[in-house]
Write a protein that binds this ligand. Sequence first.
Ligand code: FCB
Length: 470
Amino acid sequence: MNPAPIPQRLLRPAPVRGLPADFRWGVATSAYQIEGAVAEDGRTPSIWDTFCRVPGAVEGGESGDAACDHYHRMPEDVELVAGLGIDTYRFSLAWPRIQPGGRGPANAKGLDFYKRLVDEVQGRGITPWITLYHWDLPQELEDAGGWPARDTALRFAEYAALAHEALGDRVEHWTTLNEPWCSAMLGYAHGVHAPGRRDLGDAMRAVHHLLLGHGLAAGALRDAAGNNPLELGITLNLGTATPETDSAADREACRRADGMGARLYLDPLVHGRYPEDVVADLAAQHIELPVREGDPAAIAAPLDVLGVNFYRGMRFSGVTEDGSATGADGLPVTRVVERDLPRTAMDWEITPTELTDLLVRLQRDYALPTVITENGAAFDDTVAADGSVPDADRTAYLADHIAAVVAARAQGADVRGYFAWSLLDNFEWAYGYDKRFGIVRVDYDTQVRTLKDSAKWYRDTIRLTRRERA
Ligand code: FCB
């Protein structure tokens, strides 16, 4: 199907109405995608360093070895963040910098980098928002079994405590995991992310131990925080599942997609139990979640905020193109049906109104305050003769999704912030450097950063929104 063309709209910055005065505006990054300096100051390899060396694993054989060289350009990058006028900067800590090898004492040099980063961020009046795990598991822990092994959850809680000990007196906002679905499914079932395994049973064991790791880390962080303020959360990648038709098969496909993509995480986190229908679907494939006594209570540790990463919703059918309800693998069909919608360079459909639907549904079923911890788009940017980057498509994407947040709030969803993904063009995992998500362009030959038009639009939109309120 030919994707519908992206309507070119030139948007002028304007105040966003309908948001509370304390609504957070931010940008997000993650360690492995920007830092580089993978062998400096005691950092040991993560599963991504290893995976990038597997022939064919990453587009163009690229890796995060140099990335955006943020490790050496950090003050300059924080300056960029400050120039955007945002109030919150979400970044992640590299576990193998802080606790090389994933065990034992903290590495002072690794911690120093993040202490300086927090200093720079706070020195400019910006609130740091830390993610503890954005996919860079120390390789030694993968060698010992990785997330399918229970011990990894315990190690994660220990690392969380080390990080909080160093930064917790100043940092209030802590996210345990970024997108456990991706860690488990892309890493252990589909094999397209590190560590590249292809076994659904391993992936499901990874789900349980990621969630357990979250719960144990949450407990460790609360204990460590004592009387210091702590806002604790987890970030999930969530979408919407819309049936192609009203048929029972298509609705079943959506139940399965939503079960494996959303409820498998949200139900234990919020309601303290795995969804029965998903457990039954897994049992039919002879897969069991390795739940031990006490785990559900640990996983359901109270959350202050749910981080939502939204990129797109999807439409599903429960039959193959020739009408069969059973796939070649003998399992019920859950087929993504492409729609005639504009797409990003990832080939992802652009579905802003489905962000509204998602947020309203999350409010109804889980009733947590939410923050959009990532939203953004890759497009094939061009640099104009005057050096500017006229990315009207990205600006429109951001504007439409911010409008979707406003609409969700109007319907009662308690959405408290919006962080654009990403500050910089960066290492987009298996896609390498080809897919540019930044609102700031990075020239990888020179490491020069250039504000794209979308960054200027975002900056001016935030400024005008604040000014109108003042
Ligand atoms: C999310 C990841 C982030 C980035 C965006 C495009 O799944 O959290 O690191 O890759 O997608």
